[in-house]
Design a protein around this ligand. Structure first.
Ligand code: SF4
Length: 207
């Protein structure tokens, strides 16, 4: 696969309600984020997001040279960069950093993370990666048995994630729970990690 992946036309339509892998991250951080963003249409503070994005850009530039090394380590024989993927069936759309072709002909998502590796955030990143894997499988109609997370701040710590039926069910369940909030607009429970409320931009309206 070269840089311009031969993607078939996606079944996505602008009219189909969809969520993004970023929203999955928000949901796992606190289910109420989805309620405030999608039901009440109150965005998060833009300046905070800007700072986060700016920081990521700097790290992206610094770490570009490591990427070829990571692909070699994985054993990829081809790649496609910044691939837009969408599935009306899964109700998910997003852009994955890389779609890799592995030696056995299967495909795999590679997602770069610009934060240090943390056990707590790993579950979130793993579910996001599984979503990309399901999107790739459906879009290319090729087997996807694993995916990779590269934590580029930690000397490019590379983690392989198996895409098995357990991981798929867990991920589909998360998507279903998000859609339940979006469709019913019922206020979900708070995060059980109350420390997250301290610097939350919704703390003044979250009762
Ligand atoms: S204040 Fe706490 S419970 Fe409310 S949205 Fe923020 S993190 Fe979630």
């Amino acid at each position: 696969m070269d840089e311009s992946a031969k993607l078939p036309p996606v079944s996505d339509t602008e009219a189909t309600p969809m969520i993004t892998p970023s929203e999955v991250i928000e949901y796992i951080y606190c289910p109420r984020f989805i309620y405030f963003m999608r039901c009440l249409e109150i965005p998060q503070f833009e300046d905070r997001r800007y700072k986060v994005l700016k920081g990521r850009e700097v790290h992206k530039r610094r770490t570009k040279e490591n990427r070829e090394y990571l692909r070699k380590k994985i054993g990829a024989t081809g790649k496609s960069l910044n691939v837009y993927l969408a599935s009306a069936r899964l109700r998910v759309r997003g852009i994955v950093d890389e779609v890799l072709v592995l030696k056995d002909g299967s495909l795999a998502p590679l997602d770069y993370k610009y934060t240090p590796f943390r056990e707590m955030a790993f579950r979130t990143h793993r579910i996001q990666l599984v979503l990309y894997a399901l999107l790739i499988r459906e879009t290319y109609n090729q087997p996807v048995n694993c995916g990779f997370l590269a934590y580029v701040r930690d000397s490019s710590k590379l983690i392989k994630v198996n895409i098995d039926s357990g991981a798929e069910h867990e991920t589909i369940n998360v998507v279903d729970r998000i859609f339940k909030i979006v469709e019913t607009c019922s206020l979900p429970g708070r995060t059980k990690y109350r420390v997250r409320c301290h610097d939350c931009c919704y703390k003044n309206i979250c009762v």
